[in-house]
Design a protein around this ligand. Structure first.
Ligand code: SF4
Ligand code: SF4
Length: 122
């Protein structure tokens, strides 16, 4: 569609008093939309170690490790944030609902070594 300078100027002038479509993040907090899939949350107390989450992860980003001594079952969830694609499949498949996606999205880092994390319940 062809646009004429007069039309564009009129549109620009009309927008001078309208509210900006963007926000001032990071100066102002950013509000995520409903259904956003951010960093995972893990409830180790409910975890049975079945590893369905590991099996279904398309990015091979998640590991469940038994750190209990003498046959005790104490599980940790290790996540590689550099590989995770935030699909939420692991949370969907977990029969105990111990993995959940959160709204946390501020995960950028300049230090790659911090991307391998031991997930905790928050
Ligand atoms: S699917 Fe759920 S219960 Fe099974 S190992 Fe993963 S987090 Fe634990
Ligand atoms: S959100 Fe997706 S990519 Fe990330 S650990 Fe879960 S299944 Fe794997």
């Amino acid at each position: 569609m062809r646009r004429y300078p007069g039309k564009i100027i009129k549109e620009a002038m009309g927008n001078l008093n309208s509210k900006a479509a963007t926000n001032l993040y990071p100066a102002a907090p950013s509000i995520v939309t409903k259904g956003y899939r951010g960093k995972l949350n893990y409830n180790s107390k409910a975890c049975t170690g079945c590893k369905l989450c590991v099996r279904d992860c398309p990015a091979k980003a998640i590991e469940i490790v038994n750190v209990g001594a003498d046959g005790e079952k104490i599980f940790e969830c290790h996540l590689d944030l550099g590989h995770c694609i935030f699909c939420g499949q692991c949370a969907d498949v977990c029969p105990k609902k111990c993995l959940k996606v959160t709204n946390e999205f501020e995960l950028a880092t300049t230090d790659k070594s911090t991307l391998n994390i031991n997930l905790k319940e928050v």
